[in-house]
Design a protein around this ligand. Structure first.
Ligand SMILES: NC(=O)c1ccc[n+]([C@@H]2O[C@H](COP(=O)([O-])OP(=O)(O)OC[C@H]3O[C@@H](n4cnc5c(N)ncnc54)[C@H](OP(=O)(O)O)[C@@H]3O)[C@@H](O)[C@H]2O)c1
Length: 327
């Protein structure tokens, strides 16, 4: 079978190769065999491949932080999954046609779920959900602000916040995104740049913003934190600019802003399997009821992995790039 694997650290379009690997074989006791249907390519995959992630892998190695598929076979002693069930994988080796793993490495999904959407559930939907619920208590009518608002996480955040009556200010990099994000439920959409805090205050009527969510770092997080209300909280969860956070210390000393970091892997590591399962069951329900949906710009087979990598690295995309391991 085919697998997209990392041959060496380097530019993603050059170093990820589609190779033939041995079929995984029939599942043993407590194991499940899954046919992978859809896998998202995330910024974190690219960071890992190019040597810029929290860990640098030894190569060669399999790849793919998320993916979803259907159960092809179950081993003895597996009672919670059956052939044909739709599942999301918790493994980080998903860019492959079949995975054989212990049953606890998969989360069962509702039969009605779209597997292409489910392939974005593990990372981005959970990230949006946990950032909305873990750090600040937000009630209907409260405001938050985020940048990279048209990203997968950003769109999930808009939709989840809107569903709970929480109001969002959304920072983007181009005018063309203002109307589409408003149609998803964004209350305010602004283009990043000078005088951001003044422009945001004008749009919100000066309402205090309790939570700021930053995926960009560099000077962008500084502009975002300038918009957060006194005593508010800011979260950094990405460094899309590739630059360290530049923040005016005035915000910490005189305005009592708290800055924290978010890493999904760390939070999931602190949760029991039952808690993880319950969270994804709730979020999968949001996929089925249509609360959550992220556009997909393109899908590639594994043997076009180099094209897929180059596409996933492009800016100004209209949605996620995915792999379809089994066509
Ligand atoms: N900490 C965690 O646990 C965690 C979990 C999930 C995601 N993340 C991070 O969240 C971020 C978004 O991930 P995603 O999967 O949602 O992204 P995505 O759907 O692939 O979209 C990429 C986004 O990045 C924006 N962008 C790219 N370069 C930028 C720059 N230099 N300045 C500002 N914006 C830039 C793009 O804006 P344009 O359309 O304008 O190009 C687009 O909005 C990534 O940094 C990812 O690593 C972190």
């Amino acid at each position: 079978m085919k697998s997209a694997q990392l041959s060496a650290i380097g530019p993603a379009e050059d170093v990820v190769k589609c190779i033939d690997v041995t079929d995984p074989g029939a599942p043993g006791e407590g194991e499940v065999l899954v046919d992978m249907v859809a896998c998202s390519i995330n910024p974190a995959d690219i960071l890992l491949i190019e040597g810029n992630y929290a860990v640098v892998p030894e190569t060669p190695c399999p790849l793919g932080i998320e993916g979803a598929g259907t159960v092809a076979a179950v081993g003895s002693g597996v009672s919670n999954l059956k052939v044909g069930d739709k599942v999301m994988s918790l493994a980080r080796t998903n860019w492959v046609q079949q995975i054989r793993d212990r049953a606890e490495a998969f989360i069962r999904l509702p039969a009605e779920v779209d597997l292409a959407q489910a392939a974005m559930l593990k990372v981005n939907v959970a990230t949006a959900h946990l950032m909305l619920t873990t750090y600040v208590s937000l009630s209907a009518g409260d405001w938050l602000i985020q940048n990279a608002a048209n990203s997968g996480v950003g769109v999930d955040l808009i939709r989840l916040a809107h569903a709970n009556g929480v109001r969002t200010v959304n920072i983007v990099r181009r005018d063309a995104l203002i109307q589409p994000l408003k149609e998803l439920g964004a209350d305010v959409v602004v283009v990043d740049g000078p005088d951001l805090a003044a422009r945001v205050a004008k749009e919100t009527g000066g309402a205090p913003i309790k939570l700021g969510i930053d995926a960009v770092g560099g000077s962008a997080i500084g502009r975002l934190i300038d918009c957060v209300g006194d005593g508010g909280t800011a979260i950094n969860y990405g460094l899309l600019s590739g630059k360290s956070c530049e923040i005016n210390a005035f915000n910490f000393v005189f305005r009592d802003i708290t800055l924290t970091g978010f890493w999904l892997a760390k939070l999931l590591g602190s949760m029991s399997f039952d808690q993880i399962q319950a969270m994804y069951a709730e979020l999968a329900g949001r996929l089925v009821d249509g609360t959550i949906h992220v556009d997909i710009e393109a899908s590639y087979p594994l043997d076009k992995i180099s094209d897929a990598m180059a596409h996933a690295k492009r800016e100004s995309r209209g949605g996620k790039v995915q792999l379809r391991p089994n066509g």
